[in-house]
Design a binder for this molecule. Structure first.
Ligand code: ZN
Length: 412
């Protein structure tokens, strides 16, 4: 341990991270996201530019103690795992820059310790640190440096996910008040999707502002590596929590981020981390192996009946929605066709990953109709994507005034 009290695995990360910051952390070729998102943010009136930072330590120590206690307890109950691998550093509070970092480290340890020692790559489970990194990139990444492995969760995705959940909650609350009967496209209500659709169909104008606030935050976060922005427009997820029922949204937040963590852990277990770009085949493989790790997480943290499905559904939907809205805004600005191939390639990869995942549900799922439930959850989230597209077209393309139905597929 060094003089600043942090362990070598963490001090090493900060050195690597500073090196990465110089080339905008482009381990995957998504640099173009930055430019188009910046233009989109400008179109939505987001002008403040804040410099990326390493993040500060606003540690809620009370919460941290609770999570550290869980790690301590886990190290006692899974002693053989901790004899094989050195994770003593995970008990040192100085090694974390946020409570979230500690939480995802703890949840990851639970998953890692449950992997069968007969797994051919079991030895790779040593020295894996989960880091929450302020960055201008939307994608999570994993990284090998010396013998240390890092899962890097990007703050833009964390914040976009939070803003999306907060907006879903606002719309669902509004939808609950709607007294009239309206024909709905969404069939299920696992994530309050029918309430969301009711709000949109009852009075789209009343929702337009919430949708534009969400989009402004999304494009801001996709452009800037910030943990918090002082003038975020969508309410903070925590601030929307008012009653016990709302707790579901925080569970969804954790579940979605853990799907991302499991996907990255799968890369660590199965792939060559020295290569800088991932093929789409590797992405599919990471989804597949990640799904089995994600099942471990869910088996120990099953808080909703559809947790195994809604985490990945939210991940794919939020990413795809971002790409689609960014492309739509980009095309409007350039007066180009927004379904042109250069706009839909990236979206198609996400789309195929989202729908192939359905197969894994059948393979790993314990209930026979998981694929139907997964499809329904995806449809519930699609309503928000379509609504954001309508909001963009109404705001920025005066020639069109589309309705929700224009943007919803006839069959799903
Ligand atoms: Zn990946």
């Amino acid at each position: 341990m060094a003089s600043d009290g942090r362990d070598e695995i963490i001090r090493n990360f900060d050195r690597v991270r500073l090196a990465l910051a110089s080339d905008r952390w482009t381990l995957s070729p998504d640099a173009s996201i930055h430019d188009t998102a910046a233009r989109a943010a400008e179109a939505l009136g987001v002008k403040e530019i804040l410099a990326p930072s390493l993040g500060s330590s606003h540690l809620a120590t009370e919460g941290l103690d609770v999570v550290l206690d869980k790690i301590r307890q886990h190290q006692r109950t899974r002693a053989s795992f901790y004899r094989a691998f050195d994770y003593a550093w995970t008990l040192n509070p100085l090694n974390y820059t946020s409570l979230l970092e500690c939480l995802y480290q703890q949840l990851s340890l639970e998953v890692l310790a449950d992997i069968d020692p007969r797994h051919p790559n079991w030895r790779k489970l040593n020295h894996i640190a989960i880091r929450v990194v302020p960055t201008g990139s939307l994608n999570a990444e994993c990284l090998l440096d010396r013998d240390f492995k890092y899962v890097m969760l990007s703050t833009p995705f964390l914040k976009i996910l939070q803003a999306t959940l907060a907006t879903l909650k606002i719309l669902a609350t509004r939808g609950r008040q709607v007294k009239r009967n309206l024909p709905l496209w969404v069939r299920s209500n696992h994530l309050n999707g029918r309430y969301v659709e009711l709000a949109l169909r009852d009075d789209f104008d009343a929702c337009q502002g919430d949708l534009l606030n969400l989009l402004a935050d999304v494009f801001y976060y996709a452009t800037h590596g910030e943990l918090e922005i002082p003038n975020a427009r969508a309410p903070r997820l925590m601030d929307t929590v008012t009653d016990k029922g709302d707790f579901d949204y925080l569970i969804l937040y954790e579940a979605t981020e853990m799907f991302v963590v499991c996907h990255e852990l799968a890369h660590i277990l199965e792939h060559d981390l020295t290569s800088r770009a991932r093929t789409s085949m590797e992405e599919h493989q990471a989804d597949y192996y990640g799904a089995s790790l994600y099942l471990i997480y869910n088996s120990m943290n099953m808080k909703t009946a559809h947790g195994f499905l809604s985490g990945p559904a939210l991940f794919f939907s939020v990413m795809r929605s971002f790409v689609m809205c960014r492309n739509l805004l980009g095309a409007i600005q350039k007066e180009a066709r927004w379904d042109a191939p250069e706009y839909v390639d990236e979206e198609n990869v996400l789309k195929s990953r989202a729908f192939v995942y359905e197969k894994y549900n059948k393979e790993f799922g314990t209930v026979p109709d998981t694929d139907v439930t997964y499809k329904n959850i995806m449809a519930e989230l699609w309503i928000l994507t379509a609504a954001c597209q309508v909001a963009i077209l109404r705001q920025f393309d005066a020639r069109r005034s589309p309705s929700l139905d224009d943007l919803l597929p006839k069959s799903w």
